[in-house]
Design a protein around this ligand. Structure first.
Ligand code: 5GP
Length: 176
C-alpha cells in the first residue's frame, strides 16, 4: 500500500479484523442461544464492526442504535451527550452494547447507568478495541476484539475529525 501521510503504521490488518470479528460473533452466538439479544450499536464509530459482527451471529437478534458524543479531535472531553436515543424499549431484553473502543471508560459508564434504569434483563459490552492504559472509571467489556496501547487509532469506523472511518484496517494516526 502507498505511504499515507495521516498514517503512522497499520496496527490491525483487514484479515486480522475479519478473523477476530468472526470469533466474537461465534462466541456471542454460543452465549446467547435461545435469548434473542438486542444489539445496541454506538454510532458512528461502531458501523463497520457492528455490521461485520452481526453477520457472524447465528441466533435471532434485533438491532438498535444510539449516538453519543464525548470526543473532540484526539482527546476525550469527559462530557457524554446523547445525540440519538434508542427506538425500542429494552425492558426484559438481553442487551449487547457494541462499541468501537473503550478508552477512559466514561462513555460506557454513562451508557450502562443510563440503560440499567430501563429494565434490561442483562447488559454486556462488546468492543472492538480496549485501551486500558487510559481508564478513568471501571468498565468491564465481556467481549473484546483487541487490547491496544495508548495510541490514537483510526479506520474501520474510527475517525479523526470525521475522516478515515472508511479505511478497512485499523491504523495509528500520525499527528501532523
Ligand atoms: P471513552 O469515553 O472510553 O474515553 O471514549 C470512548 C470514545 O472515544 C470511543 O467510542 C471513540 O469514539 C473515542 N475514542 C477513544 N479512543 C479513540 C482512538 O484511539 N481513536 C478514535 N478515533 N476514537 C477514540
Amino acid at each position: 500500500m502507498a505511504q499515507q501521510p495521516f498514517l503512522e503504521r497499520i496496527l490491525i490488518s483487514e484479515e486480522q479484523l475479519a478473523t477476530r470479528v468472526q470469533e466474537l460473533g461465534r462466541q456471542i452466538s454460543a452465549d446467547y442461544r435461545g435469548k434473542k439479544p438486542l444489539f445496541v450499536g454506538i454510532l458512528r464509530g461502531c458501523i463497520l464492526f457492528y455490521s461485520d459482527l452481526i453477520k457472524n451471529v447465528s441466533v435471532d437478534c434485533t438491532l438498535d442504535f444510539m449516538c453519543l458524543s464525548s470526543y473532540s479531535g484526539t482527546s476525550s472531553t469527559g462530557h457524554v451527550r446523547t445525540m440519538l436515543d434508542l427506538r425500542e424499549s429494552i425492558q426484559d431484553r438481553h442487551v449487547i452494547i457494541v462499541e468501537d473502543i473503550v478508552d477512559t471508560g466514561l462513555t460506557l459508564e454513562y451508557l450502562q447507568n443510563h440503560l440499567k434504569d430501563r429494565g434490561a434483563a442483562s447488559i454486556e459490552i462488546c468492543c472492538l478495541l480496549d485501551k486500558p492504559a487510559n481508564r478513568k472509571v471501571e468498565v468491564h467489556p465481556k467481549y473484546v476484539g483487541f487490547t491496544i496501547k495508548d495510541e490514537f487509532v483510526i479506520g474501520y469506523g474510527l475517525d479523526y475529525n470525521e475522516l478515515y472511518r472508511n479505511l478497512p484496517y485499523i491504523g495509528v494516526f500520525k499527528k501532523q
